[in-house]
Design a protein around this ligand. Structure first.
Ligand code: SF4
Length: 156
C-alpha cells in the first residue's frame, strides 16, 4: 500500500502542474546528457504490434503526455485499429506529442536506435519519476493507453 504523501497539497491542479514541470525537467536532463543512442524517427518502437512491447508510464508521465495531447488540440486519445501507438499520427507517421513523449519512448527499446538503455544508465531519473508518481497518488507504471486516457479525464 502507498504511503500518504506529505507533499501533496489540497490543490490537485497545482500538484499536477508541479508534477508536469518536474517530469519535463527529467526529460530535459535526459536530452541534455543522453547515453549514446541514435533515434532516427523511424517510429519502429511505436508499432506495438511489431515490437510486442508497450511503454509503461508513471502518473507524472501520463499527465505530461495528456497535456501535450491537449496542446496539440486533442481531447481524447485517438483510436487505432492496427495495434500501433494511438499517438502515432496515421498520415504523417510522427509522434503527436514528440516533445512530451514518455520516458520509455526516450530510452529506446528500439533496436534501430541502439537498443534499450541499461537501467543503471538512467536509474536516478527513474527514481525521480517514481517519486513524482507517489506524490500524485499514482499506482506505479501502467500501459500507455490506459494511463493517458485516465490522465486526460483528470485534467478535463
Ligand atoms: S508516445 Fe510517441 S514516441 Fe511513444 S510510442 Fe507513442 S507515438 Fe511512439
Amino acid at each position: 500500500m502507498r504511503k500518504r504523501n506529505p507533499h501533496k497539497t489540497s490543490d490537485p491542479r497545482r500538484d499536477t502542474e508541479e508534477a508536469v514541470t518536474a517530469v519535463r525537467q527529467i526529460y530535459a536532463e535526459l536530452k541534455a546528457n543522453p547515453p549514446e543512442r541514435n533515434c532516427t524517427l523511424q517510429t519502429e518502437c511505436c508499432r506495438f504490434q511489431l515490437t510486442g512491447r508497450i511503454p509503461m508510464l508513471t502518473k507524472g508521465e501520463a499527465m505530461t503526455a495528456a497535456k501535450a495531447l491537449r496542446a496539440a488540440g486533442r481531447k481524447e486519445l485517438p483510436k487505432r485499429a492496427d495495434g500501433a501507438c494511438p499517438l502515432l499520427h496515421p498520415f504523417t507517421s510522427r509522434c503527436m506529442i514528440y516533445e512530451g513523449r514518455p520516458f520509455g519512448c526516450r530510452t529506446h527499446f528500439c533496436e534501430a536506435a541502439g537498443g534499450p538503455y541499461e537501467r543503471r544508465e538512467v536509474v536516478d531519473l527513474i527514481h525521480r519519476l517514481e517519486e513524482i508518481d507517489e506524490n500524485l497518488g499514482g499506482e506505479g507504471t501502467r500501459e500507455l493507453s490506459v494511463a493517458i486516457s485516465d490522465a486526460l479525464e483528470e485534467i478535463r
